[in-house]
Write a new protein. Structure first.
Length: 455
C-alpha cells in the first residue's frame, strides 16, 4: 500500500508538471477542454484607432419609421452642439369626416397639435425651458422613399409656438407626458373650408396640407427630449361646433405609412472632439462615439494577415471608457452598448458577422459590447466578440482590416428591426462615450486572441 500511494503521488506530480508546461494554462480554464493541447493565446495584435465624424443615418424607410424622434438643441462640452428638428406627414383617421357636410354650419373652436413624450429618450438636463415652433411643410414628403438625418424639407408659414418645461408640463397637464400646442385659428378655419375631395384619402389631404416641421426655437441647452410619434393618440385635433353641438376630428401622424424624418445639424467647431478627427496619434489615447449622427471609431489591424494559417477559437476586443476635464459625466450618460460594423466593397457600413448573427438570433450576448462597470476599479469597459470578423480578416475573406465602433441602442419596444437601421436605432438616442485608445498607459484597448495552429 505504501508503494502504491507513492506511485499515485508521483503520477499526480508528473501530470501537473506536464500541464504547467503547456501554454493553454495562460488562457484560462474556461477555454480549455481535456483534449485541447494546441491552443495559443496573444494580446499583442497591433491596432491603430481614430475618431471620424459621424455620417448621416437613416431615419425612415418605407413603412419602417422610428418610434422615438429626438427634439431640441443640445450643447455638449466635449462633442459640440446638435440641433434636432422633426418632419412628419399628416394623414386621415377617417375619410369624409362629418364636418365637411356643406349643409350644416360649422364653427371653429380651436386646432391643437398633440405630441406625446418618449421619456426613455430624454437625455442630459432636459428639465429646462424649451420652445417648439410648428412650421407647415411647403412640399409633400414621399412615404415610398428613405429619409436620412442630413435632409431638410422646405417649410412655409409658422402655425404656432409654445414655450414649455417638460417636467412642469407633466404636472400641469391632465395627460402625463402630453404636449399641447394651440395653432393659429386661421389654419383651423382653412381645414374646415377645404373641399370635400381633400378628405377622400391621405394623398388628397397632403396636396392641401403637406405636413409639419417641429423646430427647436431656442438657444442650446444641456438636454434633449424625445417625442413618440408612433403613439396613436397624438396628432392634429380640430375642435368645432356643428349647429351648436361640439365635435372634433383628429388627423393622425402615427401611421407607419406616413413619412417622418429627424434632421441632425451638428457643429463640432471649438469642441474638444474636433481635434481628434482622423488623427491616429491622438486616437492612441482617446476616442469618441456618439448616437444620433455623431462620431464613430475606426480600428485597423494592419498586420492581421501575418496570422494566416490559424483557426481563431475566440477573439475579444476590450475597450475602456475614459473622460476629459471638460466633461460632465454625471449629466451625459454613456452609450449602453457598442456595436461593430465594417465597410463593404460599395463603401457602405454593414454589420460584421458576429454582430449580424446577434441580431438574427436576437441574442446580444453573441456580440457582447454591453457597458460593464467595475465597482472596485471604478472603470467602465465594453467587451466585444469579434471571432468571425477577425477570422475573416486573417483568411482574407473580408476586404477590409478595419472595423467601426458605433454607439448602439438596445430596442426597448420589441420591434422587428429592419437592416436599414443598422447600427440599430442609432438616431433614437444621443448617448455618447469617451473611449481609451490602444496606447493608453493604464487601460489600453486590447484584442485578446485565442487560436489553434492549423497543420
Amino acid at each position: 500500500m505504501k508503494h502504491l500511494a507513492t506511485f499515485w503521488l508521483s503520477l499526480t506530480v508528473l501530470l501537473f508538471a506536464v500541464i504547467g508546461c503547456n501554454e493553454p494554462a495562460l488562457v484560462g480554464g474556461e477555454l480549455l477542454q481535456d483534449d485541447q493541447i494546441g491552443i495559443r493565446y496573444t494580446d499583442t495584435v497591433r491596432m491603430t484607432a481614430r475618431t471620424v465624424p459621424g455620417d448621416s443615418v437613416r431615419t425612415f424607410a418605407p413603412a419602417v419609421p422610428l418610434f422615438s424622434y429626438l427634439f431640441g438643441h443640445l450643447d455638449d462640452p466635449v462633442f459640440g452642439t446638435v440641433r434636432a428638428s422633426i418632419y412628419t406627414e399628416v394623414g386621415l383617421t377617417q375619410v369624409n369626416p362629418d364636418f365637411i357636410n356643406d349643409t350644416i354650419d360649422q364653427q371653429l373652436d380651436s386646432v391643437v397639435l398633440l405630441l406625446y413624450y418618449d421619456t426613455m429618450a430624454f437625455y442630459g438636463n432636459w428639465n429646462q425651458e424649451m420652445s417648439i415652433e410648428v412650421l407647415e411643410l411647403a412640399e409633400p414628403m414621399d412615404p415610398l422613399r428613405s429619409y436620412f438625418s442630413n435632409e431638410s424639407i422646405p417649410t412655409g408659414q409658422s402655425l404656432g409656438m409654445r414655450t414649455f418645461t417638460p417636467e412642469k408640463l407633466n404636472q400641469a397637464d391632465t395627460s402625463l407626458g402630453l404636449l399641447r400646442i394651440t395653432l393659429d385659428p386661421a389654419f383651423g378655419q382653412r381645414l374646415i373650408d377645404l373641399p370635400a375631395s381633400a378628405y377622400a384619402s391621405d394623398t388628397s389631404l397632403q396636396n392641401e396640407l403637406a405636413g409639419f416641421c417641429l423646430y427647436p426655437n431656442f438657444e442650446a441647452t444641456d438636454g434633449l427630449i424625445g417625442f413618440g410619434l408612433r403613439i396613436q393618440a397624438g396628432g392634429l385635433v380640430l375642435h368645432y361646433s356643428q349647429d351648436g353641438e361640439p365635435g372634433s376630428y383628429r388627423f393622425g401622424i402615427s401611421s407607419s405609412l406616413l413619412a417622418k424624418n429627424v434632421r441632425f445639424e451638428t457643429d463640432h467647431s471649438a469642441a474638444p472632439v474636433e481635434a481628434f478627427f482622423y488623427d491616429d496619434q491622438l486616437g492612441d489615447s482617446l476616442l469618441f462615439v456618439q448616437g444620433m449622427a455623431g462620431p464613430r471609431v475606426e480600428i485597423e489591424f494592419p498586420n492581421i494577415r501575418n496570422l494566416e494559417g490559424i483557426a481563431v477559437n475566440k477573439a475579444e476586443l476590450t475597450v475602456y471608457a475614459g473622460s476629459m476635464a471638460e466633461d460632465k459625466p454625471l449629466l451625459f450618460q454613456k452609450a449602453s452598448q457598442l456595436y461593430v460594423m465594417r465597410e463593404n466593397t460599395d463603401g457602405n457600413l454593414v454589420a460584421v458577422e458576429d454582430a449580424s448573427l446577434a441580431l438574427l438570433r436576437k441574442n446580444l450576448s453573441i456580440i457582447g459590447g454591453q457597458e460593464d462597470f467595475d465597482p472596485d476599479l471604478l472603470v467602465t469597459s465594453y467587451t466585444l466578440n469579434l471571432t468571425d470578423a477577425i477570422q475573416g480578416m486573417i483568411d482574407g475573406t473580408t476586404t477590409s482590416n478595419t472595423i467601426v465602433l458605433q454607439a448602439y441602442v438596445d430596442d426597448l419596444y420589441n420591434r422587428t428591426i429592419n437592416s436599414d437601421f443598422l447600427p440599430v436605432l442609432k438616431p433614437e438616442r444621443p448617448n455618447r462615450t469617451i473611449l481609451l485608445g490602444p496606447g493608453h498607459s493604464t487601460y489600453p484597448m486590447m484584442l485578446s486572441l485565442t487560436y489553434s495552429e492549423v497543420p
